[in-house]
Design a protein around this ligand. Structure first.
Ligand SMILES: Cc1ncc(COP(=O)(O)O)c(C=O)c1O
Length: 371
C-alpha cells in the first residue's frame, strides 16, 4: 500500500511539531566522548531525589499489580496539605498530563485557546493536537500581558493558560493583578494557572498561591508538579486543584492508571520531607545569586526569574554559544523555539555545576572578543 500516512492523521496532529526535550547527559557523552557533563537544561532539581523517597520506593515490591487507579492515599495527603476536598484533586502523569487532559476535555476545533508569547511550549502542542485555534498574546517585558489576554477573549474562547512563573522567561504575575484578571474572566473560559515552579516563587511576598482560590472561581484550574522542587522528574507525577465538577470531567478523559505505583509512593514520601524542599529552595536562591553576579560581571543582561532557571541575553544568536558549551560538557537550553534567539536558558545547578557553566561561558566569550 502506498499512501501518505500523514494524510490519515487528524488535522491537528499532522500539523504538530513534536516537543523537543533537552539533550541528555548520556547523549552528549556519546557524541563528544566526554566523561564529565553538567546538565543545566531541563529545570530539574540538582540535589537528586530526597532520601525519604529512595527509602520508600526501595521497599515497594508490589510491581506485578496495577497501582491504585484513584491514587487515594496521595490525594488524601494533598487534600490535607491544601485544605481542600479529595474531589478537588486530579493526579497526572506529570503536570503535562493534566494540561493535555484539560485541553482534550474542554477544547474542540471550534474553540480558541489563549496563551502568551514566550510561554511554555506544551500549551501550543496540546492546543494543536485537538485542532483548537491558537491566540498568542504579545508579551510585556517578556512576561504575560494580562490586559492583552483579557482583551483577546470572545465567545469562542474556551481556555487560557497562565504560567506563573513562566518557563522559559521566569517572569511572574503578582497576586493583585492575577486576582483582578480572574474576577473579570467570563464563566465560559477555563483558566489554567500553571504553578510548576510554585515552591521557588513562593518566597516572593506578592506571589499568589492560586490553590487558595479554587472555591472562589469555578473556572480556575491550578496545576502543580513533583518534577521540580520535589526532585521527581523521572517518575512523572503532578496534580491539579479545581472545582469538583472540573475534576470529575478530567477523570473521564484520564487514562486508567495514569500514575505508576512508584510515583504514587514517591510523591507521598516527598511531601513529608519538608527539609528537602527547604534545602532545594535555599540552594536555588544561592545559585541564582551566583549566576546573576557572574552575568553582571560579564556585562550580560538576564530576565529576572522566580523559577529555578534564568534566561541570559547573549546579544548574538545563542545557538553557536550553546554548541560551544556542549563541546565543553555543559548542556543548557537554547530558546529560539520560543522566539528568543539571543537568549540561553540555564537551570540553577549545584554551586560546582554553576561554576563550570560560568567558567566555560567566560572562556567562549573571551575567545570571541580576541578574534
Ligand atoms: C511551566 C511548566 N509547566 C509544566 C511543566 C511540566 O512538568 P511535568 O510534566 O514534569 O510536571 C513544566 C516542565 O518543564 C513547565 O516548565
Amino acid at each position: 500500500m502506498s499512501c501518505d500516512l500523514f494524510s490519515l492523521a487528524s488535522p491537528g496532529v499532522s500539523g504538530l511539531e513534536p516537543y523537543r526535550p533537552g539533550k541528555s547527559i548520556e547523549e552528549l557523552q556519546r557524541e563528544f566522548g566526554l566523561d564529565e557533563v553538567v546538565k543545566l537544561a531541563s529545570n530539574e532539581n540538582p540535589l537528586g531525589p530526597s532520601q525519604n523517597v529512595l527509602d520508600a520506593i526501595s521497599v515497594t515490591k508490589d510491581l506485578s499489580r496495577y497501582p491504585d487507579g484513584n491514587g487515594f492515599y496521595l490525594k488524601k495527603k494533598l487534600a490535607e496539605k491544601h485544605n481542600v476536598d479529595i474531589g478537588n484533586i486530579t493526579l497526572g502523569n506529570g503536570s503535562n498530563d493534566i494540561l493535555e487532559m484539560v485541553t482534550r476535555a474542554f477544547v474542540t476545533e471550534k474553540h480558541e485557546v489563549i496563551y502568551s508569547k514566550h510561554s511554555f511550549a506544551v500549551y501550543p502542542l496540546v492546543t494543536q493536537a485537538v485542532g483548537g485555534k491558537h491566540v498568542v498574546t504579545p508579551a510585556n517585558n517578556w512576561g504575560h500581558d494580562l490586559d492583552a489576554m483579557l482583551a483577546s477573549i470572545n465567545d469562542n474562547t474556551r481556555l487560557m493558560f497562565i504560567a506563573n512563573p513562566n518557563n522559559p522567561t521566569g517572569t511572574w504575575v503578582d497576586r493583585k493583578k492575577l486576582r483582578k484578571l480572574l474576577e473579570q474572566i467570563p464563566d465560559h473560559v477555563i483558566v489554567l494557572v500553571d504553578e510548576a515552579y510554585f515552591e521557588y516563587a513562593n518566597i516572593e511576598d506578592q506571589y499568589p498561591d492560586c490553590s487558595l482560590w479554587i472555591n472562589d472561581f469555578n473556572n480556575l484550574i491550578v496545576t502543580r508538579t513533583f518534577s521540580k522542587a520535589y526532585g521527581l522528574a523521572a517518575l512523572r507525577i503532578g496534580y491539579s486543584l479545581s472545582h469538583q465538577d472540573v475534576a470529575n470531567i478530567l477523570n473521564r478523559v484520564r487514562q486508567p492508571f495514569n500514575n505508576n505505583g512508584l510515583a504514587l509512593v514517591a510523591a507521598d514520601a516527598a511531601l513529608q520531607d519538608t527539609d528537602y524542599i527547604k534545602n532545594s529552595i535555599k540552594l536555588n536562591q544561592s545559585g541564582m545569586e551566583q549566576l546573576t553576579r557572574a552575568f553582571n560581571d560579564m556585562g550580560l543582561e538576564y530576565i529576572p526569574s522566580k523559577g529555578n532557571f534564568l534566561c541570559v541575553d547573549l546579544e548574538q544568536p545563542a545557538i553557536k554559544i550553546y554548541e560551544s558549551l556542549l563541546k565543553a560538557g555543559v548542556i543548557v537550553r537554547p530558546v529560539s523555539d520560543y522566539d528568543m534567539p539571543n537568549h540561553l536558558r540555564v537551570t540553577i545547578g549545584l554551586e560546582s555545576e554553576n561554576n563550570k557553566f560560568i567558567k566555560e561561558l567566560e572562556k567562549i566569550m573571551m575567545k570571541q572578543t580576541s578574534l
